[in-house]
Design a protein around this ligand. Sequence first.
Ligand code: ATP
Length: 270
Amino acid sequence: SKAALFDADNKVKITFADVAGLDEAKEELTEIVEFLKKPGKYTELGGKIPKGALLVGPPGTGKTLMAKAVAGEASVPFFSLSGSDFVEMFVGVGAARVRDLFKQAKEKAPCIIFIDEIDAVGRSRGKGSMPGGNDERENTLNSLLVEMDGFGSDSGIIILAATNRPDVLDSALLRAGRFDRQISVDVPDISGREAIFKVHLKPIKFASEVDPKKLAAQTPGFAGAEIANVCNEAALLAARRGKKQVEMVDFQDAIDREIGGLEKRNKLIL
Ligand code: ATP
């Protein structure tokens, strides 16, 4: 159905407190939260509120989570779609979906539109694309550009988009008045990992020996998504082992599994 491509969750409960680390990104996005809360305050002196920002970073680092947190902090609806949804679409469908989404967003403004994997639809036009089946992607991209230009900076709509390939994006998307701000959402360092472990340990019954600092030290290169997996996997392992609390050994085994999974995935890619 049409509605299945995006959801308009009016009750985003996620806030910046759910996003560990990433302090600089939060700081930059706090401004957007302010714009959504009090648009008038910012346009009063003739300034133009930015229409969009690009969240740039590797998979699993919390880009989607961050976009939801912006909506949650500002208490505004969150509309989302993924660029990959548009890859194999019939002629006209992608462009129509984009128009439909913006129409809904205008009715619910102030709000956030989140476009995940924008590179799938926003790849540079006419370059390095597969032969055939490419026109519809271009149509979709064009309609996105048209929609972005079609609302004023006082409309209360802010578009956040996520990508791990900013280099392949069509320069038209990055032009002033479109996604002219880039916010980096990087893989966490050791203290970032510790903070992410603390967030994901909250719902878990763990033994007092479990130390987020040690867990952070044992997980170099892990992104937030992998840390979330480790915590969940450790809890399931401990339960399978008949324990009443999750112990350090369960976390270590979960970390080993996650590393095994990552290696497998990397092999598939190579
Ligand atoms: P992708 O590019 O693969 O879509 P993403 O950057 O959008 O990834 P998310 O989907 O936001 O990543 O992250 C997946 C999950 O990992 C989150 O729902 C959350 O549980 C956890 N996570 C990632 N980063 C963080 C973080 N900084 N703090 C807390 N949890 C995090």
